[in-house]
Ligand binder design. Structure first.
Ligand code: NAP
Length: 254
């Protein structure tokens, strides 16, 4: 994205960035010169996230901070955005990456499992978008990148809650793209396929082989594959792209 008018580096907040795809996004943006606010779900993962923040700062020579905040809580999400602005000077890029799964077939899926997944994946994304939209509108510049999933487009047996949340993220993305375009804020979604992280670690070898056989490139993706697209969407080269859902799935046949 275009450099801010003052002397500071552009600043990015990446939710759920203490590990997995979020951490890879934080690294890719730091490599491009962004100062980074990393985020994790609570105090239990804060030390690990702080350590990553320190390593990223040292490796790329950028400012970093680490904040524990449950994005499903509107107040906590608002505070997270406020803290990012207070510590890094602004919020130029928001990557809504925090997400969970609680898989199960509908007959056995509890109301709690539905609410938890929708609460973090969809409402958490809404909460952070809402909190960041105001300062971005005021500065008339911003990039919002929402992590959806290929499952949000195609559905997946055993993931009704997750698929619904990720489909919701697509609707949210397209609506906000329309609302915010006149303020020079782009809003796009990334739809990863199967990416090797803690989230997919639970797969058995047989499931992994079966999934790989459906992927054109014949293997699961890496977190860095997704992060490369997030960095592109945050870059000046992507300034005319908004309201899009872009898959990073190795040619997954659905
Ligand atoms: P992951 O390794 O399980 O990491 C999830 C991240 O989300 C962690 O950093 C976690 O923080 C954070 N998080 C969870 N609940 C949170 C909350 N309430 N508030 C703030 N942060 C929270 O997952 P991943 O595979 O990297 O996935 C990242 C995103 O990509 C998710 O939105 C996921 O749905 C999406 N995605 C992943 C795949 C895949 O194949 N891996 C495919 C499609 C889409 P803690 O470290 O504190 O737990």
């Amino acid at each position: 994205m275009s450099t801010p008018g003052d002397n500071r580096a552009p600043a990015a907040l990446v939710t759920g960035s203490g590990r997995g795809i979020g951490l890879a996004c934080a690294e890719a943006l730091a490599k491009d010169g962004f100062s980074i606010a990393l985020n994790c779900s609570g105090e239990g993962s804060l030390e690990r996230t702080r350590n990553h923040a320190a390593r990223i700062a040292e490796t790329y020579g950028v400012e970093t901070r680490a904040f524990a905040a449950d994005v499903s809580d509107a107040r906590a999400a608002g505070q997270l955005v406020d803290d990012t602005i207070a510590q890094l000077g602004a919020i130029d890029v928001l990557v809504n990456n925090a997400g969970i799964t609680r898989d199960g077939l509908i007959a056995r899926m509890s109301e709690e499992d539905f609410d938890a997944v929708v609460g973090i994946n969809l409402k958490g994304t809404f909460n952070c978008c809402k909190a960041a939209a105001k300062p971005m509108m005021k500065q008339r510049r911003g990039r919002i990148i929402n992590m959806s999933s290929i499952v949000g487009i195609a559905g997946n047996a055993g993931q009704a809650n997750y698929a619904a949340s990720k489909a919701g993220v697509i609707g949210l993305t397209k609506s906000l793209a329309k609302e915010l375009a006149r303020r020079n804020i782009t809003v796009n979604a990334i739809a990863p396929g199967f990416i090797a992280t803690d989230m997919t670690d639970a797969l058995t070898d047989a499931q992994r082989d079966e999934i790989s056989s459906r992927i054109g490139l014949g293997r699961l993706g890496e977190a860095a594959d997704v992060a490369a697209l997030a960095a592109f969407l945050a870059s000046p080269a992507a300034s005319y792209i908004t309201g899009q859902v872009i898959a990073v799935d190795g040619g997954l046949a659905l």
